[in-house]
Ligand binder design. Sequence first.
Ligand code: ATP
Ligand code: MN
Length: 145
Amino acid sequence: MFKKILYPTDFSDVSKKAIDYIKQLRERGSETVIVLHVINQRGMQAIERYASGNSIEIEQRIMDDAKQQIKVIEDELKKSGFKVKSMIKTGIPMREILKAEEKEENVSVIVIGSHGKSNLEDIFLGSVSEKVSRKCKSPVLIVKR
Ligand code: ATP
Ligand code: MN
């Protein structure tokens, strides 16, 4: 039923919890996972503005770190028998997630964490999961913390 999964991750604990559910979907016939991490453009702009001189170096480090973390997830999902495509984009997370949904053909479900890095206790849903679930076309599985 959910052949192709779009899995956006900010590498937070809640988004990692989503991996357990994705693995269970493998047993139910899911075949492909698109793992997407978005490096927040706003953060990059702040670095360019304030880390005068070595901003390129910092951005490179952020990119290398993202590559490393996404690789770990990719390997874990491959071990579970998935076909995996991982992507790192720079931009506005919500927008890049919706773009990926549109561009990748036949996404059948988006698996996303209820919260991410900020993980504020008194909010029901983080802004990314809230906006994505409101605006996307696919069914959404929101994994609670
Ligand atoms: P907020 O960012 O609104 O302060 P939060 O960090 O607790 O709150 P969200 O950012 O909405 O919550 O994160 C919820 C889920 O959205 C994460 O578990 C992850 O699956 C996805 N997500 C959030 N940020 C990104 C990102 N930069 N790239 C990919 N996926 C993301
Ligand atoms: Mn967040």
